[in-house]
Ligand binder design. Structure first.
Ligand code: M6R
Length: 606
């Protein structure tokens, strides 16, 4: 997490750094800071909270300097206050850092022994003092090289030096870092978002590399300090996608955009002329894949769980699902017939990237389902399936979730057809149903008013539960995650059939429980489980799909009916009321919907 920007220019840089930091806030918003070099001194200004607070500081307005670095923080070591905010500086060096230095305690002990005085509780400050110490005997390049060798853990760094007013040093291990090229100025950024408003010419550093950014050219080095040549990539720039239009929040906009984003995805992947899915370029033959392992974090993990049901339903492949932070440290039995699928909106999630890296190192078949096609995960996967849903700004993932499950569904269908696990007729029928999905999502989005009033009950409760079986179970997990993430209400997602094995003890008079019971193969079983919670006093919000069949159950508190489609696609529709429930609960509580407390959009620390 955290965001880095560095600018080396011939014009003053402070206001451009502030603007770039605003774009980077999705990576962290606990505190922000800036340091520039002017009149032979390092000037550093930091503040707690959002970049707005930093911008309001009158000293920032008058800050001089044509070279500088900036940072937005998501706290790992030390409280989120202005002292722990980055940059961290000594008299000679100023550093911004993403990642975690695992041996910081040991290094600090060594540096304190040498007389260095520490101001913050962060791990980052050891980097500042280590470079300062090494500068006593080494030149800039060697002092950085020596420092990087001593660090354990992950980092992306931006460094300026009091005595080197013409350069910024960038370095990367684990956390991503990019260089951007402008007219008479060059940049450093933790990702291309921050740089896109200034340039579309980018170079990504590989693990272990460092660079020297001067205003007229940039030099790259490997860990040993040997110069390396790097490619300059040209990115597409779409500035208007950051606009929230007439919506109060990006999340509201992103929820409403879903019919369009699904349509885009469908148009990209469905070959209407041939009644096929145009994944024609899979780099492996169908007989080379006998199982699929799906890996992700948070909402992306829920997408993987959802896909497991579809892969099992539509193919004869063995399917495993894993949370990336668990997978990366497990004693995995890598199998060459397994397709490893990495799901990530940002494509920068550290745990997911590490899991991918591990698979690549073991020469596995790797495929990613990502939103950001320039991301590290996309770049390093052997095959990429973009979800085409446009930039997602709200920290709570909404349209990217539907985008991910859409592409995973499409992949399951395609592999099912390729392996003759489903007939061409059934395949074509399912494609036809899929093309109708965006309109059904649009209609389901209209159930607004009811959800607004229902959300108050959730806000007043101590906690809530979300229950579903089969295809609806991953959606129950996702609904609970959305509510806790946005409204800070305790919410548990559970398989409805599992309640009697313990969680039923939590049910008490008036507790709101969401039951997802669409008319699929699990319907009757889920309705029985619903009656068990109603009998114990739960206030049940039943979410089902429209049907002419009556619901035989008494004492249901509220019912929401989504549109009707085939059972594979009902999860898309069930998701909509859950996204809105979370949105309206947070809105009523007055919370910061696009930037919930303690979170960040892109989780680039493990
Ligand atoms: O960018 P990614 O999809 O890899 O992110 C994974 C999770 O951090 C993310 O889905 C998170 O759980 C969302 N904030 C949930 O809304």
């Amino acid at each position: 997490m955290c965001g880095i920007i560095g600018i080396n220019s011939s014009k003053p840089v402070s206001s451009t750094i502030i603007n770039s930091l605003k774009k980077l806030e999705y990576r962290g918003y606990d505190s922000a800071g800036i340091a520039t070099l002017s009149k032979g001194e390092i000037n550093e200004i930091k503040s707690e909270g959002r970049v707005d607070n930093l911008e309001k500081n009158s000293l920032v307005q008058s800050m001089e300097g044509t070279i500088g670095i900036g940072h937005v923080r998501w706290a790992t070591h030390g409280l989120p206050n202005s002292i722990n905010a980055h940059p961290h500086s000594s008299q000679n060096v100023s550093v911004v850092h993403n990642g975690i230095i695992e041996n910081s305690t040991l290094l600090k002990k060594f540096l304190v022994g040498k007389g260095h005085k520490f101001k913050s509780q962060t791990d980052t400050e050891v980097i500042v003092h280590l470079i300062t110490e090494n500068l006593k005997t080494e030149n800039v390049v060697n002092s950085v090289k020596k420092t990087l060798k001593a660090l354990h853990g992950s980092f992306a760094l931006g460094i300026i030096f009091k005595d080197e007013p013409n350069l910024i040093v960038g370095a990367r291990r684990g956390s991503p870092l990019a260089v951007g090229y402008g007219p008479n100025e060059n940049y450093l950024g933790s990702d291309s978002y921050a740089l896109k408003s200034m340039t579309n010419k980018i170079t990504y550093l590989n693990d272990g590399e460092f660079c020297i950014v001067k205003k007229d050219h940039v030099e790259f080095f490997d860990e040993e300090g040997t110069k390396v040549n790097k490619k300059v990539l040209e990115l597409s720039s779409e500035e208007n996608k950051y606009d929230k239009g007439d919506y109060k929040h990006f999340m509201a906009k992103e929820i409403e955009e879903q019919p369009t984003t699904l349509k885009n995805g469908i148009n990209e992947y469905i070959d209407k002329t041939n009644n096929d899915i145009n994944i024609y370029n899979l780099p492996w033959k169908k007989d080379e894949i006998s199982s699929v392992t799906l890996i992700g974090c948070g909402t992306a993990y829920h997408s993987c769980l959802m896909a497991k049901y579809w892969f099992e339903h539509l193919t004869s492949l063995d399917v495993n699902v894993d949370i990336a932070s668990e997978f990366r440290y497990r004693k995995n039995r890598f199998k060459k017939e397994t397709l490893y699928v990495f799901v990530s909106q940002s494509g920068e999630t550290a745990d997911t990237y590490a899991a991918l890296d591990l698979c690549n190192k073991n020469r596995m078949k790797t495929c990613s389902v990502v939103n950001v096609i320039e991301s590290s995960i996309a770049r390093d996967s052997k095959f990429v399936l973009p979800i085409h849903c446009g930039t997602e700004i709200g920290v709570a993932s909404t349209k990217a979730f539907l985008g991910q499950i859409l592409i995973l569904y499409i992949l399951a269908l395609k592999l099912g057809l390729l392996r003759d696990d489903i007939s061409k007729n059934l395949f074509v029928k399912k494609l036809k149903d899929l093309t109708k999905l965006p309109d059904l999502v649009k209609k389901t989005l209209m159930t607004d008013n009811k959800i607004q009033s229902i959300s108050s009950t959730f806000n007043d409760a101590k906690g809530s539960m979300f229950l579903g079986r089969g295809f609806s179970f991953p959606i129950a997990l996702e609904g609970a995650l959305k509510l806790k993430e946005l409204s800070y209400i305790h919410a548990e997602g559970y398989p409805a059939g599992e309640m009697k094995h313990g969680p039923l003890a939590l049910i008490e008079e008036g507790m709101p429980v969401v039951v997802l019971a669409p008319r699929d193969d699990y319907y009757k079983k889920t309705i029985s489980n619903m009656q068990e919670v109603i009998a114990r006093g739960a206030k049940v919000l039943l979410i089902t799909n429209k049907s002419k069949d009556e619901i035989f159950s008494e004492n249901i508190w509220e019912t929401i009916e989504v549109e009707t489609t085939n059972e594979d696609l009902l999860p898309f529709l069930l998701t909509i009321p859950l996204q809105k429930l979370a949105y309206y609960s947070a809105l009523k509580k007055g919370y910061d919907i696009d930037k919930p407390r303690n979170l960040a959009k892109s989780v680039t620390v493990e």
